[in-house]
Write a protein that binds this ligand. Structure first.
Ligand code: FES
Ligand code: FES
Length: 187
């Protein structure tokens, strides 16, 4: 079996290890580096539970070989909180209860992160499109949309309402059970 050495910067730390060339990035993160916050829901590019940042872009880490990440910057959910303080987007998921079982949450947050960094006050439609490549099995999309909106506004210093008051706008259907899942950018 052919081996290569992969050297990446993960959450600011340089990590290096020999891997089989066929090893997926998600398995490298979880099994070699021990970063199990990145989840595996399907292994077939469908669910988005495995989304991480690669050079700042949201990527399904089950779609990349570890060797393809060699020399690149990778961000995982473990790197978001700083000195015990949650990132505003994490805090927003907490306040808005954008979590049920939590299985999709690391992928949901990492997938939404580049979006909220670029969008201070997104509409429901924009949020839903941004997270459309990431599936929540619990179908808690209403609270997730509210959480992403709160995270975006907080990150950009805009005022936010009380928990549960970040209601959907523009008439979008965001309630639990919604099956509106157009193809997303996280491929
Ligand atoms: Fe489901 Fe990667 S594990 S998309
Ligand atoms: Fe359960 Fe999303 S909170 S899969």
């Amino acid at each position: 079996m052919q081996h290569s050495t992969v050297r990446i910067r993960v959450n600011g730390d340089v990590r290096e290890a020999p891997v089989e060339s066929r090893l997926l990035l998600v398995h490298f993160l979880r099994d070699v580096l021990g970063l199990t916050g990145t989840h595996i829901g399907c292994d077939t590019t469908s669910c988005g539970a495995c989304v991480v940042l690669v050079d700042g872009r949201a990527v399904k880490s089950c779609t990349m070989f570890a060797v393809q990440a060699d020399g690149r910057e990778v961000g995982t959910i473990e790197g978001l909180a700083q000195d015990g303080v949650l990132h505003p987007l994490q805090e927003a998921f907490h306040v808005e209860h954008g979590v049920q079982c939590g299985f999709c949450t690391p992928g949901m947050i990492m997938g939404a992160l580049p979006f909220v960094e670029e969008n201070a006050d997104p509409t429901d439609e924009e949020i839903r499109r941004a997270i459309s490549g990431i599936l929540c099995r619990c179908t808690g999309y209403a609270n997730i949309v509210n959480a992403v909106r709160r995270g975006a506004r907080t990150l950009h210093g805009l005022p936010v309402d009380g928990a549960g008051a970040m209601t959907s706008r523009h008439g979008a259907e965001t309630g639990p059970g919604s099956t509106d899942q157009p193809p997303g950018p996280h491929g």
